[in-house]
Design a protein around this ligand. Structure first.
Ligand SMILES: Nc1ncnc2c1ncn2[C@@H]1O[C@H](COP(=O)(O)OP(=O)(O)OP(=O)(O)O)[C@@H](O)[C@H]1O
Ligand SMILES: [Mg+2]
Length: 229
C-alpha cells in the first residue's frame, strides 16, 4: 500500500482512512490481490499482524474492511486483538462501556453481548471492554480461542478480521495465529529490515500459521507506479 497521506494528528479515524483512500491505487491493490485470493479459497477469518509495532496493521485492517463492506457488500466483523495498544474503538469514535473481546474469548458472554454496531453499513466491532484487569492468558488460550472463533465463523458474518499485535516482542498473536484461515503480514517498506521480516515470518511458520500474503505498506514510488506491476 502506498503512503497515502497522514491521518489526523496520530489518531487513526475510520472516516479519515475512508476519505484518504478514496479511489487511490492502494485500495485497488488490496482488493485485487489479497481479497481475490481470499474469495477464491473461501477464506473467512483474517489475522493482521506485522513484525514490529507501528507498521500499519490497524490502517490496513480499516482499508480492507472498507473494501469488503462497500464494494463486496459483505458483512464484516472487526475484532480488537491488540491488547497492548487497542485502536479500533477510537477509530470508530466509540466510547462504549460493557463487555467485549476479553469476555467473549474467555467464554463469559455470547457474541451479541460483545459486538457493537459502528454506524457504518455492514461493519461491526468487537472492542476490548472496560475491564481493567482482564485475564489475557485466558483470552488467548489456544483451545478456548479456537472454539470461540469457530462459533463466530458459524454466525452470519461474511468476513472476520482481527487486528493483532506484532509477532516480535509479543506472544498473544502467535498463540492463536494458526486458528485463522489467513494471516496477513503487514510490512512497513523502507523501514523494517528484511532480517526482521524473516524472523517474523519464521515465527509464524513455527506456529503453523496459514500465511496468505504480505502487504507492503507506506510504499513510495520513486519511478511511475505503472512500471511496478
Ligand atoms: N498507508 C499509509 N499511509 C499513510 N499513513 C499510514 C499508512 N499506514 C499507516 N499509516 C500511519 O502510520 C501510523 C501507524 O499505523 P497503524 O496505527 O496502523 O500501525 P499499527 O501496526 O497498527 O501499530 P501498532 O503496532 O501500534 O498497533 C498511523 O499514524 C497511521 O495513520
Ligand atoms: Mg494497531
Amino acid at each position: 500500500m502506498s503512503n497515502i497521506g497522514k491521518s489526523q494528528a496520530n489518531t487513526l479515524l475510520f472516516n479519515e482512512v475512508k476519505k484518504t483512500i478514496g479511489s487511490k491505487m492502494a485500495y485497488a491493490a488490496i482488493e485485487g490481490n489479497i481479497l481475490t485470493a481470499a474469495k477464491g479459497e473461501q477464506k473467512k477469518t483474517f489475522l493482521l499482524t506485522s513484525s514490529v509495532s507501528g507498521e500499519g496493521k490497524t490502517f490496513t485492517t480499516l482499508v480492507m474492511t472498507q473494501s469488503l463492506a462497500s464494494s463486496s457488500n459483505a458483512k464484516v466483523l472487526l475484532i480488537e486483538g491488540n491488547v497492548h495498544k487497542p485502536q479500533l474503538a477510537q477509530a470508530f469514535e466509540l466510547n462504549r462501556k460493557g463487555m467485549g473481546m476479553y469476555e467473549y474469548f474467555s467464554a463469559e458472554c455470547e457474541p451479541k453481548d460483545a459486538i457493537v454496531e459502528t454506524g457504518h453499513q455492514n461493519i461491526f466491532l468487537m472492542p476490548l471492554s472496560d475491564n481493567n484487569k482482564p485475564n489475557i492468558d485466558r483470552c488467548f488460550h489456544r483451545d478456548l480461542f479456537e472454539k470461540q472463533l469457530n462459533k463466530l465463523k458459524e454466525s452470519d458474518f461474511d468476513y472476520i478480521l482481527l487486528d493483532g499485535s506484532a509477532v516480535i516482542g509479543f506472544s498473544d498473536t502467535l498463540a492463536v495465529a494458526k486458528f485463522f484461515d489467513s494471516v496477513i503480514l503487514v510490512i512497513e517498506c523502507e523501514k523494517t529490515k528484511w532480517e526482521v521480516v524473516q524472523l517474523a515470518s519464521e515465527k509464524l511458520s513455527m506456529v503453523k500459521a496459514e500465511k496468505l500474503g504480505t502487504i507492503l505498506n507506506k510504499r513510495s514510488y520513486p519511478i511511475p507506479k505503472k512500471f511496478y506491476s
